[in-house]
Design a protein around this ligand. Structure first.
Ligand SMILES: CC(=O)CC(=O)SCCNC(=O)CCNC(=O)[C@H](O)C(C)(C)COP(=O)(O)OP(=O)(O)OC[C@H]1O[C@@H](n2cnc3c(N)ncnc32)[C@H](O)[C@@H]1OP(=O)(O)O
Length: 425
């Protein structure tokens, strides 16, 4: 994708992210999205305005959420004439929501729109067994009492066993954490390096809150005004005491609760527009989206599940003529500390860059001090479909404060995909 008309990011908001089964335990995706969209409408004074599109998503949602984006839009304060579309690309969802809106602005289909997403693991769809679902449907369609009762002939108590949505990849049966544990072993990522990255993320997020960075980015909800996952006082010594979470038996597991994202509830959204629309409404352009790229890896046949950002970024750099070092800072989603470190090591690896990315030289090292300057998912938490919009809003604010610069965004997703984008000011 290459943009035609410039696409401006005007800003974003999110609610504080909260650990599963805490402050938002009884809210649901619609409630999280409505609070967030409503706050964005408030921030930009968009009450009653008709925007071109609202794109939002959730990775785990109820069918009763219907078209979540449209339903949230109808309760947001925007004009009911604003359409809404719901999409899903696992943890890339709300970066993709932003990019969908960006594409529509770039091609002139719309002048302004909102991209965002939400997720809750506190209110997941728990369903009956397929056998019981079929019986219930048959019974509901039956025209006589006899047919209704016949639908339950041969019913077994085991059919009442509830089914929970899995966090495992359907093709491999392994969880994201197990896949990432495999990657950490393949790339030789140490426990110490993972813990250090995690502690750093908490400290950077705490510092950003302390200097007021999030004052206009995070809106309180349900009595919470700051991500309740954040542990400003965490330390390498404390993290070193935690037991492996995904490889509990081999004695070689390195991923723990401290260097993995916790299951999280939350939502985030960003306002995008053409330069003309921004000027006409008196809004400052925080930055522009220069370009973006999506890629996938063949994790079924041995590639690391969360390695696709290495490919997306390489392709993005090739198209834009930029090098990996041409960025003032990087927003690399921290699904797990190990996944960030594997990605960095792959970009530095001559063999990987040659054999997998088809490059004549490695993409090279990036300055660790330029990565996630305001903390990232290990400290904020990771409500899957909210993370992309959180990152875009954070990066746009950082660019505004710096006055100029360029940011590379990279997000790994379930299903072996990666989404990357470039923001510039
Ligand atoms: C989905 C996509 O498309 C792509 C992606 O992003 S992949 C990533 C998707 N996300 C996931 O897979 C979620 C992975 N995380 C999990 O499954 C779970 O959080 C987990 C299995 C890692 C841990 O679960 P848990 O054991 O319930 O964690 P939790 O009880 O909170 O923490 C365990 C201990 O660590 C401690 N701890 C955790 N983080 C800590 C920190 N930063 N500092 C100090 N202590 C910490 C806790 O206090 C707790 O200690 P106690 O036992 O003394 O109370």
């Amino acid at each position: 994708m290459q943009f035609g008309r410039p696409v401006a990011v005007l800003g974003g908001v999110r609610i504080p992210f909260c650990r599963q089964n805490t402050a938002y335990a009884d809210v649901g995706n619609l409630g999280l999205s409505v609070r967030t969209l409503g706050a964005l409408v408030e921030k930009f004074g968009l009450h009653g305005q008709r925007l071109g599109e609202v794109a939002m998503g959730a990775v785990i949602k109820h069918s009763s959420d219907w078209n979540l984006a449209r339903e949230a839009t109808l309760s947001s304060g925007l004009s009911p004439l604003t359409p809404g579309i719901t999409l899903q690309r696992a943890c890339g969802t709300s970066l993709d929501s932003v990019l969908l809106i960006a594409g529509k602005i770039a091609t002139g289909q719309i002048d302004a729109g909102i991209g965002g997403g939400s997720d809750t693991t506190s209110d997941v769809p728990i369903v009956y067994s397929k056998a019981l679902r079929q019986r219930l449907l048959k019974a509901a369609a039956a025209k006589t009492l006899r047919d209704r009762l016949a639908a339950f002939k041969g019913f077994r108590l085991s059919e009442l066993k509830p089914e929970f949505p899995g966090v495992a990849e359907p093709r491999t049966g392994k969880s994201m954490g197990q896949h990432c544990e495999d990657m950490a072993k393949e790339w030789g990522i140490s426990r110490e390096a993972q813990d250090a990255l995690a502690v750093d993320s908490h400290h950077k997020l705490a510092a950003a809150y302390a200097r007021g960075f999030f004052d206009d980015l995070v809106v309180s909800f349900r009595g919470v005004s700051r991500d309740n996952i954040l542990r400003p006082d965490t330390s390498i010594e404390k993290l070193a005491t935690l037991k492996p979470a995904f490889d509990k038996t081999s004695g070689k597991g390195t991923l723990t609760a401290g260097n993995s994202t916790p299951l999280t509830d939350g939502a985030a959204a960003c306002l995008l527009a053409s330069d003309d629309w921004a000027a006409a409404h008196g809004f400052e352009v925080l930055c522009h989206i220069r370009d973006a790229q999506v890629a996938a890896v063949d994790f079924i046949h041995g590639e690391g599940l969360l390695m696709a950002p290495t490919v997306a970024v390489a392709e993005l750099l090739a198209r834009t003529g930029l090098t990996l070092q041409d960025f003032d800072f990087y927003e690399i989603h921290e699904a797990f500390a190990a996944q960030v470190l594997c990605t960095l090591r792959a970009w530095e690896s001559e063999a990987y860059c040659r054999d997998r990315l088809g490059l004549s030289a490695p993409l090279g090292r990036i300055d660790p001090n330029r990565i996630n300057p305001n903390g990232s998912s290990l400290a904020t938490g990771h409500p899957f479909a909210a993370t992309g919009a959180r990152i875009v809003a954070t990066a746009a604010k950082e660019l505004k404060l710096r006055g100029h610069g360029r940011c590379l965004i990279s997000i790994c997703t379930a299903g072996g995909m990666g989404v990357a984008a470039i923001l510039e000011r």
